[in-house]
Design a protein around this ligand. Sequence first.
Ligand code: SAM
Length: 296
Amino acid sequence: LSREPEASVSNMDLIRAGWFSEVSDLWPGQSLSLKVKEVLFHQRSLYQDVLVVDTTNHGKALILDGIIQCTESDEFSYQEMIAFLPLGAHPNPQKVLIVGGGDGGVAREVAKHPAVEQFVQVEIDALVIEQSKKHLPFMAKGFESRKLTLVVGDGFEYMKNHQREFDVIITDSSDPVGPAVNLFTESYFGLLKTALKPNGVICSQAGTLWSDLPHVKQTIRNCQTHFPLVEYAVSSVPTYPNGQIGYLVAALDPDLDLTHARHPLEELGLRYYSPEVHQAAFVLPAHFKKELANLK
Ligand code: SAM
């Protein structure tokens, strides 16, 4: 695990003349900027550089190692999709594991699903949890669920000791830098397989097709080593690179249909996810469909 914070990266260096710019080698030659009203928190944790800002048009934002994790204006798209794509495809998701997700937004969504009886969240960085509770309560309210057991630790290590336990495992990871590098590897998908019950479903944050195509392909291949059924879905999130994020959804039962929702969930009052959006999310533009089909 890469646990050493990169001394050269400071989020504060990325704020110039009142604008935060998301500059990263992960999307070379381009960057999204947010106009900053106020810096609410900045500190380097044991694992990463943690910044919370209030912005003029997107509300509060969490930024780790210079990369936007979520903003108040559009986080619901990501949190609802990464939670309800697997929960919606599983026949009866009673026990769920979340890896990462230190802002609490995915916990907020998982807690809403009527079939979920208990869920565990393993987040490596206590500072992210602490500051999200303080500055991002609209997401961190997920931590208040009585169904939740919160563990501060490494998701990779946690799964080594938990076998055939979960119906659904959601990896709400940061991008593959710092502590999250391991969460995209072949051995990680091997651990997901053993931590899942035989009819289990996983969902992982899986980058964007526009600037990360080689990384997306490699992540799919890593997953295919252990899972017979692997699908890729997308949703629109304006403050993520290229305005889009992908989700790798996979199952151990090759006959399970992951692309259709089994539960209507109308009573939950969701803002992005619906059965129609679930189905549409797996329909990729022709070029990307061809690129990903060649892997299988
Ligand atoms: N929605 C965000 C995105 O796609 O950019 C991710 C949100 S969440 C803040 C990501 C979390 O994953 C971070 O809080 C980070 O500390 C956590 N994380 C990274 N590596 C981890 C690991 N090995 N085990 C557990 N949590 C990890």
